[in-house]
Design a protein around this ligand. Sequence first.
Ligand code: FAM
Length: 436
Amino acid sequence: SVALKKKVEHSIQEKQKVLNHFKKEHGNAKLGDVTVGQVIGGMRSMPGLLYETSKLHHLDGITYRGKDLYQVKEQSPKAPGGSEPLPEAALWLLLTGEFPSQSELQEFQTELFNRGQIPAEIEKLIKSFPKTMHPMTQLSMGVLACQPLSKFAKAYHDGIHKSKYWDPTFEDALDVCARVSRIAAIIFHNCYGDNNKIPTADPALDYGANFAKQLGFNDKTFWELMRLYIVIHADHEGGNVSAHATHLVGSTLADPYLSFSAGMNGLAGPLHGLANQECLKFLLDLQDKLGKTWTEDDIRQYVKDTLASGKVVPGYGHAVLRKTDPRFMCELNFADQFISKDDNLVNLVKACYRVIPNVLEATGKVSNPWPNVDAGSGALLMHYGLNQFDYYTVLFGVSRAFGVMAAQVWSRGLGLPIERPNSFTLEHLIKKVEHD
Ligand code: FAM
């Protein structure tokens, strides 16, 4: 959309002025000390990244351009008759700081639909991936299969001026966001169905509905769930592994396809995107053990047994948050609005929320006993019959494209340099500390 590109260009130019002035005036200002513990401990909380699209607050949760998820949900344009925010509106917000008007939105939806087409020979390549290959491996490879289409790579090769890097990055970022759901739909049918019979996308539908439709789901409330799911998982500031990996690889001027694929390899790790699978497994095991006639005491005992056996309770705790994750609250509100009161698994999720924080708190060591986003998402997907656990991280990946690709436009727009932090061997570290 010409309007979107103009808005992005204008706000990048304005922000560049602020950045240049700030860097000149305060480039040597200190943000804090780095401890040995942080160097050894995964750089936890260490300031080190400029990341424009979102910021995580330890109590309010994630904010997209200053708006928390409740505001995003309330202020976002919706599908006709719908109540959930639209992914394409969130993408516009992440890129510009504002929601699109109704006419801007409609034009943008058509544009994304057109950008989502994948050339037949690349679709054929993605359809040839083995059924048994993990869906996340297929996602990363599917994105790479589209890399020859990169407009940034071509423009760089043709000698584009560095002040214009953001322009082909913007083009690629929108293409990646548009294409990733088509890649994900092919993967779904590669793994669990017949990839010769993928339902076609409909130009009259929005992004979330079209994605759900291509997966083979025609329940309109599932379409609402997909819209919400994509919006709430899109971005979680810059330090999480998928965002940081995308940012790091992008800082080499690797194009958006190469960098997003790298981010997806990080998302595929069990401590990051794969955690939602673990969480659903925990709930299903709980359901298997307790059946339908459980009490909160039964859950309490089950959780205590889990802790006593040296395992963590998946879906609870967070490295930064110190309150119930608003993303979990969005899932809970969705369940209250759309899911019948006799869904046993969803009822278990709610009961766990009443029971588990107290049990974790009583251990005296858990920094945040409250649920994170993973505590609810699997039960909602199961309710609609999406029970292919291995695929859940792919849904997360589709969503994450919206945040990390918007962020990459801004990283190129602000001219951010290649990342190169300092590293130490343990011997160097010991020497340095002993000498100081
Ligand atoms: N169950 C049991 N113990 C827990 C716990 C939980 N849910 N959360 C934290 N702890 C323990 C933790 O293992 C540590 O114990 P040790 O000192 O014995 O090693 C202690 O409490 C202090 O840890 P913390 O400061 O509270 O948490 P961290 O910042 O180190 O780690 C998490 C954060 C998310 C890795 C951790 O809370 C956890 O393992 N949670 C369960 C797994 C999970 O839900 N992961 C998904 C995270 C999600 F946001 C995502 O990325 N998708």
